[in-house]
Design a protein around this ligand. Sequence first.
Ligand code: ATP
Length: 458
Amino acid sequence: MEKVTMDTLINYAKRYGFVYQGSEIYGGLANTWDYGPLGSELKKNIKDLFWKRFVQESPYNVGLDSSILLNPKAWQASGHIDSFNDPLIDCKACNSRHRADHLIEAHDDQVLADAMDKAEMETYIEQNNVKCPSCGAQKFTAIRQFNLMFKTSQGVVDDKSQDIYLRPETAQGIFLNFKNIERTARLKLPFGIAQIGKSFRNEITPGNFIFRTREFEQMELEFFCKPGTEMEWFDYWKKESKQFLLDLNLADENLKLADHDESQLSHYSNATTDIEYRYPWGFDELWGIASRTDYDLGRHQEVSEESLEYHDQETNERYLPYVVEPSLGVERLFLSILHEGYTEETLENGETRVNMKFHPALAPYKVAVLPLIKKRHREGTLELYKRLAKHFSVVYDEAGKIGKRYRRQDAIGTPYAVTMDDQTLEDGTYTLREKDSMEQVRLTEAELIATITKNITF
Ligand code: ATP
């Protein structure tokens, strides 16, 4: 049985201020989404934890923040201008647009459409009577290759302006800076460069809420190693990546490693695995991990005519490093985390509560501070808010009965609530309530800061 439907998640996300439709007051802009007070906190926490795990705690990796706009020659070299395409097909009956590979895979999920060329896909669609998912007709146009890059222009005078592209992945900014970083950070192979940032793809069929959008964020790592050692590192990053997801409390049974077979591999890749998550519609790609050989550095070296070779001081060899790339979408992980955490529970008194079971490190607020009685405890609670906010993100709530306030915090995944009451005025202790167990203990301020800090650490 489906754990939670997409509609429930979309409504939940809107109701509590995680995700709103983009440009809503103008009737929206298709498939754009804005992240509200809670959504922006969750997104930030996801990115911070990725950074912590893959940069701060990694003995190998450093970070980069490169620009979205690159010299167009970079996209020529990387192959994006000529071949970053998806196969577009139109239904002649209702004019709806589709990705031909998705139509085929929806018709039979055992078929690997991305291993087919254009002619093979056309033949398959015709011979297997694949129907239009919008109207059921079987009349399609020929397939055209559609480039996914967003084009824009740079410069103020029209005829002198230059066509440039919004990056469709953050990876190329990393390859362009490989030498800068190797030199200035004085790194020796193997080492990795991580980057988090916006990417843009003019997707033919965006959808499934925030799963596939035209503007999204990626958390990417390009890991550079000596040719011949790449399979070891490919396995290493596969394991590290999966472990990161398990540590964020995604259930093992909702994760699947899907290895690409030879026919599915990009021409530059010698191994690729997708970590798939079980979304409400089934398993789908969350994290792509690819061994990319020396393709990117080789192409940039050729087109820029700058040497990107690594000089191994110990062996005095010069070579282009091989690259292993784990690439993860922030929004796809966001959706997995919402889906995994959303729980409806029936309490002993028969009431239902929504319990959002975020890992405490992901929770938008770590603690809610609540005055038991607004009139008597407001000021003291607001003072406490200020002191606690120096340590972690805090929310103050004085609206309605205390039980209702707890319910709201349960629903948004706040792991702790601290309540001030008359006893606080006497002995300086507060009630600390833990969300999942709903257990309450009385602690001093120093004790509650220590308890919360310990339990929100990732
Ligand atoms: P798909 O097959 O779903 O189109 P892809 O294989 O083209 O994805 P990659 O190029 O490997 O995706 O991108 C790496 C990661 O970036 C993906 O695993 C995903 O998490 C994220 N991503 C890619 N495209 C989108 C998008 N349109 N919207 C949101 N996230 C995306």
